[in-house]
Design a protein around this ligand. Structure first.
Ligand code: NAD
Length: 541
């Protein structure tokens, strides 16, 4: 967290969090989203209607955008399908080179996309920068490793030496990609990179409110060498355009809420196409009695309030050992109350805005209901309209219990509840007692203990002595959710092979797998049975 002692801005009567001062000459929405920029970026959209998006910082309209009808979605798939064959026939190393060039371009031109991400999501620049890092890491990984993941693999045949077996990886065809607003660079184009490098075309539906960020990244990918027709974008209302994507796609990659994910899964199941679902969470952090309390308090600020808590892997439940709980709560609360809120297109704010009315309504409802039913506010708990219409202070609650909504439902905002525990086994049970299973965090000075606890948690990722970034950023390893948090994984081998169909090619040589050379059926059966025993004795796999 940033040291706040040099901040001049006073606390306002509305709350205690200071306001990050805007630097002199800071860019505004009008400087960044000019008519020329909008015209350039929206060329890539197949859409005959009109819609618009808005910036959470002020609530004002940011850009007028094309809107896609169901016919436009069909047209986008037709265009993508027509282009996919040539792209799939391009050698994998050439496709991978596009990702490596994209890596460099994103890092070089990051200032452009940081402005767009901030304007479209309202997040602090440091949190927007996490997206740049994540996308670059994914581009590097699949740029370097795609050929190894996708290349032909030899397997032992049923009759070794006589049966030559090769596993090939064929692209699915056209992937339908539906993404949310909270990480508009990373979860749109970032997640589509392994689909492209494995030879697929993609029809993408970003969230309308954050479409410019995805379109910016599309332009950059084309500059890096991706054929434009291979990457189609459609924009429009989720319940209208989303099901159309599922109706046409050869594979569906969805990131969003568990509720929508279930609908997407049903649509995909009816068509027998594969699907990845990256869904919600109610993630927990466990602070064990031997934890470094100061580090845990600083880590909790990042884990709970990055992107104003609108992060699927953010921590919303915090279990702290009773013996250190008072000290932890004091330190965590002090850091939280010192966080600077800000809305300028510059570094310096520790937290930005919520993205929309719906988020503000949920956050307010969860906090007010909990307080009305007896929970205690340790920090925050108020909106900050003095900064922007959707700002809300980072909020810590204690004394939360069932049936308060904040106890079990995903808030997806800057709200965390602290629970004290004395028995570690019981704490593990409470962490697991949720329908979700996305991410967890364990704090301890004893690495072995941390690993032992991690193995007992039912979550797709566990971070020891950090909140979420190490597991998410380590892209050689899979990332995704158990239980209601999803199906499938991004990153690593699973994150790319899902965009392919496995094809086994077996080449039978010299003798067939059938009675031959005058052998009758009975002799053949006995010979093969003996052969299997020999193969096991030879320790063949
Ligand atoms: P959402 O489900 O409302 O929307 C996600 C996307 O789906 C949007 O593009 C939306 O337009 C589209 N959509 C809406 N209705 C649809 C339908 N019927 N068919 C197909 N598509 C439809 O989710 P949201 O509010 O935009 O995002 C927040 C949620 O996403 C949170 O629950 C969060 O935890 C989750 N999320 C998960 C991950 C992850 O990796 N597990 C990452 C980010 C966000």
């Amino acid at each position: 967290m940033t040291d706040t002692t040099d901040t001049q801005a006073p606390a306002t009567p509305l709350g205690t969090n200071p306001v990050a001062p805007a630097p002199a000459g800071a860019r505004t929405a009008a400087d960044v989203v000019t008519p020329e920029v909008v015209a350039q970026l929206t060329r890539g959209v197949v859409g005959s209607g009109r819609t618009a998006n808005h910036t959470p910082f002020t609530g004002q309209r940011l850009a007028e955008l094309p809107e896609s009808t169901p016919e436009d979605v069909a047209e986008a798939f037709a265009r993508a399908r027509a282009a996919q064959g040539v792209w799939a026939a391009t050698p994998v190393r050439a496709r991978a080179a596009v990702l490596l060039r994209f890596h460099d371009l994103v890092l070089e031109r990051q200032a452009e996309v940081l402005d767009l991400i901030q304007l479209e999501t309202g997040k602090a620049r440091l949190h927007a920068h996490e997206e740049v890092l994540a996308v670059a890491v994914v581009a590097r990984h699949y740029g370097r490793r795609a050929a190894a993941y996708l290349g032909p693999k030899r397997h032992t045949g049923v009759v070794p030496a006589l049966t030559k077996v090769t596993e090939l990886r064929q692209p699915r065809g056209v992937v339908g990609h539906i993404s949310p607003w909270n990480y508009p660079l990373e979860l749109s184009v970032g997640d589509a990179l392994p689909a492209f490098v494995s030879g697929n075309a993609v029809v993408m539906k970003p969230d309308t409110e954050t479409a410019l960020t995805a379109l910016w990244a599309r332009d950059l990918l084309i500059e890096a060498g991706l054929p434009a027709e291979v990457f189609q974008v459609v924009i429009g209302d989720g319940p209208v355009v989303g099901p159309e994507i599922v109706r046409h796609a050869d594979y569906v990659s969805f990131t969003g809420s568990t509720r929508t994910g279930r609908e997407v899964a049903q649509g995909a199941a009816a068509r027998l196409v594969g699907v990845t679902l990256e869904l919600g969470g109610k993630n927990a952090m466990l602070v064990l009695r031997d934890a470094d309390v100061e580090k845990a308090a600083a880590g909790a600020v990042r884990a709970c309030f990055s992107s104003a808590g609108q992060l699927c892997i953010a921590i919303e439940r915090l279990y702290v050992h009773e013996s250190i709980a008072d000290e932890f709560v004091d330190r965590f609360a002090a850091r939280t109350k010192a966080m600077r809120l800000g809305n300028s297109l510059a570094y310096g704010a520790d937290m930005g805005s919520l993205v929309g009315e719906r988020q503000l309504e949920t956050v307010t409802r969860h906090v007010e209901e909990a307080v009305a039913k007896g929970a205690k506010l340790i920090a925050g708990g108020v909106a900050r309209p003095d900064i922007g219409p959707l700002f809300y202070e980072p909020t810590i609650l204690e004394g939360v219990q069932e049936p308060m909504a904040v106890c079990a439902e995903e808030t997806f905002g800057p709200v965390v509840s602290i629970y004290r525990f004395t028995d570690e086994d019981e704490a593990v049970e409470r962490v697991n007692a949720t329908a979700y299973g996305l991410n967890a965090s364990v704090w301890t000075r004893d690495g072995r203990r941390g690993h032992a606890i991690a193995a007992r948690l039912r979550t797709g990722t566990v971070n020891i002595n950090d909140g979420y970034a190490p597991a998410y950023g380590s892209v050689q390893a899979p990332m995704g959710g158990m239980k209601d948090s999803g199906i499938g994984r991004r990153h690593g081998s699973e994150g790319i092979l899902k965009y392919t169909e496995a094809q086994t090619v077996a080449h039978q040589r010299l003798i067939p797998l059938a009675p031959s050379f005058g052998m009758d059926d009975e002799k053949y059966a006995a010979f093969m049975s003996r052969s299997l025993k020999v193969m096991k004795a030879l320790r063949l796999r």
